[in-house]
Design a protein around this ligand. Structure first.
Ligand SMILES: NC(=O)C1=CN([C@@H]2O[C@H](COP(=O)(O)OP(=O)(O)OC[C@H]3O[C@@H](n4cnc5c(N)ncnc54)[C@H](O)[C@@H]3O)[C@@H](O)[C@H]2O)C=CC1
Ligand SMILES: O=C(O)CCC(=O)C(=O)O
Length: 364
């Protein structure tokens, strides 16, 4: 099932359970605004190339719309739409005063040079600058983007609107970023995992884990689970996958990835087929990459007892049904990965107050 059909289906089910007024249901199924823009840039070799960018603003009933920007070849209108809708539910679940939005550009960021990525980000910002705003829609990083991308958006936006650090979150600390934001999504995933396991009389220490994706979210999840004594038996990313039944040395894997840019040549485990990771023997499976990776083709073969949705919508509705019949507990994305947008809210609050907190601030 495609991402939008799946997200709409889940929303309709929830609306029925809540006896939601059908007028509200209809209104919440249709996004507030969808924008599709052409982004043409000169490449380093002087030729011109065009990409398609999107920003979907789903709902602003609870506050300014909030959500990441994704650079990935599979970015398309329907998926961005689904991701924007999920942001509306996510910000409501953790009760931060935001609505939901999402954006992205259909491109392969690894195939573009830094200067091409900068030009693309600046052109995209020029096309959407009058639709976003510190009180209307605040982008953040998602797959394929990072603090540097946010810095370019901030700089380009500020040319039109004056210096506006609150226009993006997840930016570098020197430009008004927040301490703790880089780790926040992974840290939130681990807190959510600890709480769920605790309810079942278990803890991270002593259980086995398989993690799909080793970018911002996956690498922080791996690091924090490793620190808590969890045994990570398999990790994958777009370059390949590695397994070790005795537990992968995560600090060594992080160092290897930093140096080589790849997981596949790591000698602290055996190479495995990346698709096999999702059905690998483990107690807890944590998808931290793309959506729809668990579907009717592989859900029946999943060995894990718990699935923590660190990625957005990794579990297709058909997989959800199969997993539920098997007694697998699935912790939904809009709760499990909400640590990122929570600290994004803290970053925005600091920017709006022109004030910087220390990382330990816990009183409001
Ligand atoms: N960055 C954030 O703060 C948040 C991210 N998320 C979600 O978490 C997921 C990951 O996002 P980030 O870590 O930020 O992205 P990222 O771009 O930093 O990392 C993505 C990772 O997925 C891997 N990957 C891509 N295709 C793969 C495949 N076919 N098989 C295995 N691995 C594959 C990449 O190699 C990379 O390691 C996405 O679904 C995103 O929407 C959710 C909440 C907040
Ligand atoms: O930090 C944010 O504002 C949004 C993060 C995001 O895109 C997500 O939670 O999926």
């Amino acid at each position: 099932m495609n991402a939008l059909a799946a997200t709409n289906r889940n929303f309709r089910l929830a609306a029925r359970l809540l006896s939601l007024d059908s007028r509200l249901e209809t209104s919440l199924l249709i996004p507030y605004r969808e924008v599709k823009v052409e982004c043409t840039i000169p490449k380093d070799d002087g030729t011109l190339t065009s990409f398609v960018g999107f920003r979907v603003q789903h709902d602003n009933s609870r506050g300014p719309m909030k959500g990441g920007i994704r650079y990935h070849p599979e970015v398309e209108h329907g998926e961005v739409n689904a991701l924007a809708q999920l942001m509306t539910w996510k910000t409501a679940v953790v009760n931060v005063p935001y609505g939901g939005a999402k954006g992205g550009i259909g491109c392969s960021p690894k195939e573009l040079s830094t200067s091409e990525l900068e030009r693309l980000t600046r052109v995209f910002t020029q096309k959407i600058h009058d639709l976003i705003g510190v009180n209307t829609d605040i982008p953040a990083p998602d797959m394929g983007t990072n603090g540097q991308t946010m810095a370019w958006i901030l700089d380009e936006y500020s040319k039109f609107h004056g210096y506006s650090p609150a226009i993006v979150t997840g930016k570098p600390l020197d430009l008004g970023g927040s301490l703790g934001r880089e780790a926040a999504t992974g840290r939130g995933v681990v807190y959510a995992t600890e709480a769920l396991l605790g309810e079942h009389g278990k803890s991270i220490n002593g259980l086995t884990f398989a993690i799909q994706g080793f970018g911002n979210v996956g690498s922080w999840v791996a690091r924090l689970i490793h620190e808590r004594g969890g045994k990570i038996v398999a990790v994958s990313d777009v370059t390949g996958a590695v397994k070790n039944p005795n537990g992968i040395n995560i600090p060594a894997l992080l160092e290897h990835k930093e140096k080589s840019g790849s997981l596949s040549s790591f000698d602290g485990g055996d190479i495995m087929d990346a698709d096999e990771l999702l059905v690998h023997e483990c107690d807890v499976l944590i998808p931290c990459a793309l959506g729809g990776v668990l579907n009717r083709e592989n859900a029946g073969d999943v060995k894990a007892k718990f699935i923590i949705e660190a990625a957005n919508h990794p579990t297709d509705p058909e997989a959800d049904e199969i997993l539920s019949k098997k007694g697998v507990i699935v912790l939904p994305d809009i709760y499990a990965n909400a640590g990122g947008v929570t600290v994004s809210y803290f970053e925005w609050v600091q920017n709006m107050q022109a004030f910087m907190w220390n990382e330990e601030k816990d009183k409001f």
